[in-house]
Structure formats: structure tokens, C-alpha cells
Ligand binder design. Sequence first.
Ligand code: HEM
Length: 197
Amino acid sequence: MARSTKVRARLLLALGVVLSMLLFALPSAASASYGSVDWTLRSSWVTYITTNWAGPGTPGPGTITAISPGRYTRPVVHVEQPSPIVGTLASYDGGFRSQLPAHYIDVSIDDIRINFTSGAVFATGSYVPLGGSATSYSDQQIATLSGGTQDGGSRQLLWFDAVPRLTAFGATIFNGGSNGSYRTGDAFGTLTAVGGW
Ligand code: HEM
């Protein structure tokens, strides 16, 4: 091989190496999202959980945290829809967890699913029944959306400012007995949902 050809070949090889390194270094394309939910949590719940009921000098107040890949920016939980809507049922990835150890509270609401026709809100997670131990639940209806404004485009269903009202099961997971609890039909904040395909 002539010297100049050898140099060119080495240069091309080096360029190839640099290019492949760059490709690996680049962040992968964001995974597809067909829609999302922004759930503004009931403000009295957020205040209750984050108050230091155990008093000064005792373990700190409770926390509300996102369940990955959801995000939580007080008081809003944000989750994305990774797969297309099936009929009018959209599935979202992630949720939120409320913990107040001083009151034995640990409620997780994850893998939220919304039926845009019936307003049913399903979730999977766990809670601690009064005087009991952590109990899991799977794809149970925790609330029904009411009010707000519904709209539908060719690619998405929209529901703005809906009020999620707790079902009997939804109220059960927030049951603190005579200490404090919610009833069936109680509002748990407001929610805006987009479901796409
Ligand atoms: C040691 C046990 C507990 C104590 C001493 C306790 C105490 C209290 C108190 C004092 C309030 C009133 C807060 C206020 O009005 O600002 C309250 C509210 C409440 N508690 Fe508890 N609690 C306990 C356990 C629980 C448990 C296990 C749950 C189940 C999730 C629960 C759920 C609630 C709810 C939903 C409220 C109403 C919050 C709101 O104002 O929206 N509590 N609790």
C-alpha cells in the first residue's frame, strides 16, 4: 500500500472510532410518550402528610415522593403514557407515595390507568390498613373522574381539570379511623389527563 493510502486508511479508521464513541456518548432518543397526567393532589392531604405531628425533637414530618418514572413537584404528580391507548383506557407509568411514619401511614398509588369514557381511575400499590400491616393491591379502581372539560382530537383524548372522587376502595386506603379519613365520593385534588394513540 502506498504511504499516502496508508495514512488515509488510518485517518478513516480514527474518524470511525471517534464517530462511534460520539454515538455512544449521545443520550438515546427520549422514549415515546403518547400522553400524560398532571394530578394536583388534595392540598389538605399534602399539608397533613408534611406536618411534623410527632413534634419537635422527634422523627421528621412525612414525605410525598414520586414513584419512578413519575415526577413530583409539590403538589403535582406527573406521569407519562408509554404505550398507545387501548379503546379509551390509557396506562401511565409511575405514581406517588405518601409516608408519615409518626401516624403509620404509607400509601402508594402507582401505574395509574384512566378510562376516558367512564372516568374510572385504576392503580396498583400498597397501603397500611388501620392497625394492620402493609397490604398490596393491584389495578383497583381508586377514583372516578367528574366535572372538568373533555375534548377529543384525532390522536388524543383530553380531560382538563377533572375532579377524582374516591371510590369506597380509594377511601379505604386513606382510612385513619377516628383519627381522620376520607369518605366515598370525597375529592382528591384535580387532574388533567391526555390519552393518545
Ligand atoms: C397514630 C395514628 C394517627 C394519628 C394520631 C392521626 C392523627 C390525625 C389528625 C390529628 C388529623 C387531623 C389533621 C388536621 O385536621 O389538620 C388526621 C387527619 C387525617 N388522617 Fe390521621 N392519624 C393517624 C393515623 C392515620 C392513618 C393510618 C391514616 C391512613 C391513611 C390517616 C389518614 C388521615 C386522613 C385521610 C386525614 C384527613 C387529612 C385531611 O385533612 O385531608 N391517619 N389524622
